[in-house]
Every structure is written in C-alpha cells, then in structure tokens.
Design a protein around this ligand. Sequence first.
Ligand SMILES: Cc1cc2nc3c(=O)[nH]c(=O)nc-3n(C[C@H](O)[C@H](O)[C@H](O)COP(=O)(O)O)c2cc1C
Length: 201
Amino acid sequence: MSVIAQLSSLRAIGLSASPGGASSRSHQLLAAALARLGELGFAGAIVDLAAFPADALLGRARDRALDRAIADLAAAQVVVVATPVYRASYSGLLKVFLDQLDEDALAGKVAVPIASGGGPAHLLAIDHGLRPLLTSLGATVVAAGVYATPAGFTDGVPGGALLDRLDRALTEAVTLATAAITRRDFAPAAAHRHAPLALER
Ligand SMILES: Cc1cc2nc3c(=O)[nH]c(=O)nc-3n(C[C@H](O)[C@H](O)[C@H](O)COP(=O)(O)O)c2cc1C
C-alpha cells in the first residue's frame, strides 16, 4: 500500500479499563481522545473491557466480541489506554485483557496512557505501572501520559488543563505514528541499514 493510502487509513483504538464504564472519569478522557483523533483523521472506536465475559478475560473461554476487539487492536496504529488507578497501579481489568495478547501485540504501535486516580499521590502509576506494561507488549509509549484527579473535572466533564495535556500526548502519538509509516517506506534498503559501521582504529 502506498504511503498516501496508509496515511489516509489510519486507525486508533481506545481501551476503557474502568469497571465504571462510560460514566467513569477515565472513559470520559478516552472519549475526548478518540474524538480528537477523529478530527485528526483517525477512524476508530472505544472498547469497553468491562463488557467482556469474565471467563473470556481469564482465558477460560472464547468470546467472539473479545476476539474482534483483539483484531481491531491489531489493525490500529494508535492505542489509547485509559484506566482508573487501583492500589497505586492500573486496573485488574486492563491486566487480564492484555494478558490475552501475544507478547509483541503492540509492536509498531504508539500507545497513549491515561490514568484516573482519586488524588495526586499515585501520579507515577503512569510511569511505573502503565508504561512498562505497554512497553512489554512492544508499544512505543508517548513521553507524557495523562494523569487525572477528580479536581480536573466539572460535572464529570474533563476541564481545559486536562484536555490540553491530552492534546499534547495525542499530538506526539500522531507524529510518531505517521513518522513510522513514512520512515518504513522511504528507509534505505535493508542491506544498507544493517551495513556494519567502518570504525577507525
Ligand atoms: C478498588 C479501588 C482502589 C483504588 N485505589 C486507588 C489508589 O491506590 N490511588 C488513587 O489515587 N485512587 C484509588 N482509587 C480511586 C480511583 O482511582 C478513583 O475513584 C478514579 O477516579 C476512578 O476512575 P474511573 O472513574 O475512571 O473509574 C481506588 C478505587 C477503587 C475502587
């Protein structure tokens, strides 16, 4: 597929990992992220992980909807992952879903981590929890994720400061995802790329 065709068929997926579903704060931020990515030309949708049967999430049964979500994830260039902070880390719901994936399932994808905590104390859940989790699956994670507390919302709607942080993270994700496509297509032949460096003695 040509670079132009690839750039015009970019896809994003949002993983919503709060048992609270659509009314949760992390889901609200995820919805804002997918809407912004839509404006930037990405097709995509949110997957509500809480909607899958527990047996399928634990790998004890197959579920068509879960299989479809994994296929949609495979087709996306940008993955936005939104989780509540539970016990200073990501939700168990996110972990059991990601445990169903192959170990390099996020290779070549750009991930944007979003976490919603009850207060500021567990801000590092992004860098100590989510970042290594996503990296272990091969994702390139944007430099700055988005950490939210209830103070950042008014009547359940994310405020301007949160949306600004989200925008910065998404801008980086889009830059990385589109650069990966152009780099792949315009890169020199593999033989040149892997030629050993001539070191001076
Ligand atoms: C089981 C459980 C554990 C929690 N642990 C933490 C925690 O360690 N640190 C924190 O800041 N908030 C903690 N919280 C609060 C949630 O992170 C907070 O309510 C968050 O906004 C929920 O996000 P959501 O609305 O996207 O589900 C916990 C909540 C629950 C239910």
